[in-house]
Design a binder for this molecule. Structure first.
Ligand code: NDP
Length: 336
């Protein structure tokens, strides 16, 4: 059996471009004992994939040049040679950017979204949602009356960070790019305030909506957003350092200048910055995340938004756009 796949054609220097990707037909064979055959329904496109395109030292191995782009998908089991799964089961798997795959059944997980659409297993009820949950539970620990600030606030991580903050009685301040995203964060997600990071007066506007400073800054972007938040951090503020998307395509202008000022603030205000990769919290918090969030998402109490792109062939363009903020909600590709 064959599958269409998108492979890494070359490593990008700076922002990825179409030449870095190539579509290929690959042979996948048929399942042997203990394996399942999968038809990919949805592919998740995530910022971490930019890191996998580079061979710089990282917490995870890069994709080899010529290798299938890495990624998690929601799939239908089309053939099973494992007692764990039967034809028609909906599962999630690390198949990468492709239409079909044959996988070892032990690496495939059954999707349980408590009645919410299966695609949410890649977003609010999947890895990005769990990242928000784990980062807030373990590091952010917001309390009633405190101020929680998060950027990329309309995306799957940021939107849940703010909603989790509000659920414990904290004020949620979102940062997003452009009017439509800001309106969504304020009016539909119900954040207490939102600021557009593209505004020329961004730093002043952020300070104005944080009159009592910032107690939890969930770091999703770095760059000029971190610059604006740093002076607002209160004594003992917590900073879960989750992602730095503004810097993934290479160092920005003046980036080195920020470090001494940042570290001086860490010292003077006894700030707790703690980096994390969501997998660290899986053993201790994943089960609770699914049990707690699943019903809240299914009932609509926790809101989310998906940005669905049709066709695997459109994945590279959608991915490149996400690194510039063109996605509006959890970016997914409807593969079949
Ligand atoms: P999103 O779906 O929110 O997409 C990324 C968003 O980042 C864009 O839509 C854009 O939103 C914003 N953005 C892009 N470039 C810039 C920029 N230069 N300055 C400010 N904002 C920018 O992403 P996710 O919710 O999936 O991920 C959010 C962050 O969390 C990322 O940094 C990601 O790498 C990180 N992450 C970390 C994990 C971990 O385990 N540590 C796991 C999962 C995600 P806007 O237009 O609103 O600015």
């Amino acid at each position: 059996m064959k599958s269409s796949a998108i492979v890494l054609a070359s490593r990008p220097a700076g922002a990825p471009s179409p030449e870095n990707f190539r579509t290929e037909e690959i042979e996948i064979g048929t399942p042997r004992d203990g394996e399942v055959s999968l038809r990919v329904l949805y592919l998740s496109l995530d910022p971490y994939m930019r890191g996998r395109m580079s061979d710089a030292k990282s917490y995870a191995k890069p994709v080899e040049v010529g290798g299938v782009m890495t990624g998690e998908t929601v799939c239908e089991v089309t053939q099973s040679r494992s007692p764990e799964f039967k034809e028609g089961d909906i599962v999630r798997a690390m198949t990468g950017w492709r239409t079909r795959a044959v996988m070892d059944a032990s690496s495939v997980k059954r999707v349980n979204t408590h009645g919410a659409p299966a695609s949410t297993a890649l977003g609010v009820l999947g890895m990005p949602g769990f990242t928000a949950y784990g980062g807030m539970k373990v590091i952010g620990q917001p309390k009633s009356g405190e101020t929680v600030v998060v950027a990329a606030a309309s995306g799957p991580v940021g939107s849940l960070v703010g909603q989790l903050g509000m659920r414990v009685g904290a004020r949620a301040v979102g940062i997003a790019g452009g009017r439509d995203k800001c309106d969504y964060v304020k009016n539909e997600l119900g954040f207490d305030a939102v600021v557009d990071h593209r505004s020329p007066d961004f730093a002043f506007e952020l300070a104005a909506v944080c009159p009592n400073g910032v107690d939890v800054y969930f770091e999703n972007v770095g760059g000029h957003v971190w610059d604006a938040v740093l002076p607002l951090l209160n004594l003992y503020a917590r900073v879960p350092v989750c992602g730095l998307i503004a810097q993934y395509n290479g160092p920005g202008k003046g980036e080195n200048d920020r470090l001494p000022a940042a570290m001086s603030a860490v010292l003077r205000r006894s700030l707790l910055l703690r980096g994390f990769i969501n997998t660290e919290f899986v053993p201790t918090h994943y089960e609770a995340f699914q049990q707690e969030l699943g019903p809240l998402v299914a009932s609509g109490e926790i809101k989310y938004r998906e940005d669905m792109v049709d066709g695997l062939e459109n994945a590279p363009e959608a991915f490149m756009g996400m690194l510039k903020g063109s996605n509006f909600g959890k970016l997914l590709v409807r593969v079949s």
